[in-house]
Design a protein around this ligand. Structure first.
Ligand code: B12
Ligand code: SF4
Length: 591
């Protein structure tokens, strides 16, 4: 038996009843660890949970999406019905959860009509006024830093001492007794990222406490490939046209003029702590040069002597001197660079203003100073980009491989901008100016798009240069050619390349069949035929234009370091007991 939780975070799948729907999701998640169900919960769940527990509340996470994926018999409704917290927290961080998150909220409210439901995340922030009007949503916490406003709200909801009035909680959107929407000022905006713990200790502790890791697992295959993230900042110095996490989107949604950085020495501690637990790579998110060269150097100095696998990213060309400093500090580093297109005109329209020569020099230098791997990313669905241009990008990939790829460390990838152009991005806010045409604007419109029969119709945009049909065709054609080129260069085994090619062809055939049905079949026939196609669609839904394992950094031996985890738990429990004896913080007795 464990004590009642004050707050339970629920993470929904992208489409709630994905196990019943026949939807060809397409290559929407090929380059992230998740499946198209987008089962990964926001890192923010762990920072909020840790912050609340540090302040005496008890918090649990239930990743419904991963449980539904991993176990066909898992019934999310019974699982939620059996819970009894003081409040539920649901993320609507990524807009592709618009269907699942709302459906889970509606179902949860049905079983727990008197338990408040709190929403948060980037999309919840963007759509807060629409979201709060759903009868099953009670509160929305806006902004990129919800830890403290959520603590205040939870004190209010649990009747703790010195509880603030709802009207005084920063960043809160809520309904008063008369049912009117109240939007409190967005005043909580911490200037740095040092008030949160970003080392996942909460997850280890909570999973051990409940003797249940399955609800905390971030994505389906995490146990095989336990990659974890360390965060250098909230926000971004760049303003890429398609990005809802860009500087301009942060300004509009969160009122931020510049990113909030994590102290570089603390960031280094995060990396070391994470790798003490897991042998998987640590992805240090955010270009380390964003806060200036001094910041990056302090981080490197604090990392010296560390030899675990680390992934870093660059937003623009870097000097050889910088790359050398990175290699000296992180001898086992993999570098990720997104060039978006081979064509500087497209790249410029995307919001990145550099030519090919400086970035190629950077690639050469990165390999020269010893990067273990160099992943180079491209995208389809961009301003100024035609179908020919997408294929031109693949020619360029071949050229890069010919010039820099002899020893197999350089790997190019291409994926579509999908399923959505991010709300808050410059492209979404001013579509005409950037050549986008939007099929959906509101949250409700996006919710409906998500259950369209194929990703071609889920897309919330097309561009002046490619309509949705051309975009989908160009993406598959590019994926197919790149797959062959990679096989020719020995980057992927022939058999894996064949399997990927087959999946692409299969997906293209299914897509054509769905198009044909949409054009000709009556609703009854359409439903019957889509049910018939379901097994084939399910098969085609896992990695499409590439096999996501291509992104994995090589690992050997056990994935998790159980000895360190056990030691950490013992130390943590002793500390918690000590804290309880000296300063009891709990707001409510456990039951
Ligand atoms: C790191 C990152 C990732 C990581 C995931 C890390 C993770 N598990 O959170 C990876 C690379 C896997 C990823 C994947 C995707 N990402 Co991403 N990602 C980011 C990035 C670069 C940083 C986010 C971050 O670190 N935040 C900091 C952490 C600590 O806080 P947080 O998780 O945001 O949580 C805080 C708040 O958001 C809020 N909050 C969040 N949830 C909730 C819930 C409740 C109840 C409350 C109260 C508050 C709350 O409070 C939290 C604590 O303060 C942003 C861009 C940026 N510059 O911000 C894009 C971004 C968030 N991603 C985005 C997108 C679109 C995606 C994908 C859908 C892309 C795709 N098609 O594959 C997938 C979805 C994956 C999934 N769910 O399975 C968009 C979202 C736009 C939108 N509104 O939909 C962003 C803004 C930009 C972008 N295009 O990359 N992403
Ligand atoms: S896509 Fe551009 S704006 Fe968005 S997080 Fe990456 S660098 Fe920043």
């Amino acid at each position: 038996m464990f004590s009642r939780a004050d707050l339970i975070f629920l993470h929904a799948p992208s489409v709630y009843d994905f196990r019943k729907h026949s939807i060809l999701y397409g290559p929407v998640s090929d380059l992230v660890p998740s499946t198209p169900v987008f089962e990964m919960y926001p890192i923010g769940f762990t920072t909020m949970a840790e912050y609340l527990e540090r302040n005496g509340l008890r918090v649990r996470i239930l990743n419904l999406a991963v449980r539904m994926l991993n176990d066909q018999n898992f019934d999310p409704e019974s699982a939620v019905k059996a819970l009894n917290p003081a409040a539920f927290g649901i993320d609507l961080h990524w807009l592709p959860h618009a269907h699942g998150a709302l459906a889970v909220a509606e179902m949860t409210k049905r079983h727990h009509p008197n338990t408040p439901i709190i929403f948060g995340g980037f999309s919840a922030t963007y759509y807060h006024e629409e979201l709060i009007r759903y009868p099953f949503v009670d509160f929305v916490i806006r902004g990129d830093s919800a830890e403290e406003p959520l603590r205040q709200l939870m004190i209010c909801l649990t009747g703790g001492k010195a509880a603030p009035r709802l009207a005084d909680i920063p960043n809160l959107t809520w309904k008063n007794r008369a049912g009117e929407v109240v939007v409190n000022p967005h005043t909580y905006r911490p200037e740095n990222l040092d008030h949160v713990m970003l080392d996942y200790r909460y997850v280890v502790r909570a999973a051990a406490r409940e003797m249940n890791l399955s609800s905390y697992v971030p994505f389906k295959d995490w146990m095989d490939y336990p990659i974890m993230a360390a965060l250098s900042c909230r926000g971004c110095t760049q303003s890429c046209v398609i990005c809802g996490g860009s500087g301009s989107a942060f300004k509009q949604m969160h009122g931020r003029d510049k990113p909030a950085f994590r102290n570089p020495e603390t960031l280094a501690k995060d990396v070391r702590r994470i790798s003490a637990m897991s042998r998987g790579p640590v992805f240090v998110l955010g270009d380390l040069r964003q806060a200036g060269r001094g910041y990056a150097q302090r981080f490197f100095d604090a990392m010296r002597g560390f030899d675990g696998p680390v992934i870093t990213e660059l937003f623009s060309p870097a000097s050889r001197e910088f790359l050398q400093a990175m290699a000296d500090a992180l001898p086992n580093f993999t570098l990720e660079v997104s060039l978006e297109s081979h064509d500087p005109v497209v790249r410029h329209a995307f919001g990145k203003h550099y030519g090919n020569e400086p970035i190629e020099r950077t690639l050469a230098d990165a390999l020269d100073v010893g990067a273990r791997r160099l992943d180079v990313f491209f995208m389809s669905g961009l301003p100024q980009q035609t179908a020919e241009s997408v294929l031109g990008t693949i020619d360029y990939c071949e050229d890069l491989l010919r010039r820099f790829g002899k020893d197999g460390r350089l790997s190019p990838f291409i994926s579509p901008l999908a399923p959505f152009l991010d709300p808050g991005s410059r492209g979404f806010e001013n579509p005409e100016e950037h050549g986008y045409h939007l099929f959906a604007h509101t949250l409700e419109e996006h919710r409906r798009l998500l259950v369209a029969p194929s990703w071609k119709y889920v897309l919330n945009y097309e561009t002046r240069w490619m309509n949705r049909h051309q975009l989908v065709d160009a993406t598959y054609a590019a994926g197919k050619r790149l797959n062959r080129i990679k096989a020719d260069h020995g980057l992927i085994p022939a058999r894996q390349a064949e399997a990927t090619e087959q999946r692409i062809e299969w997906a293209m055939a299914l897509l054509a069949e769905i198009d044909e049905l949409m054009a000709t079949a009556s609703p009854d026939v359409f439903a019957r035929e889509m049910a018939r196609l379901r097994p084939a669609i399910e098969q085609a839904n896992m990695s499409t234009v590439c096999d996501k394992r291509e992104l994995n950094v090589d690992m050997t031996g056990p994935r998790l370091n159980y000895g360190t985890v056990a030691q950490m738990l013992i130390k943590d429990t002793a500390q918690t007991l000590g804290r309880k004896l000296t300063a009891p913080l709990r707001l409510r007795p456990a039951d």
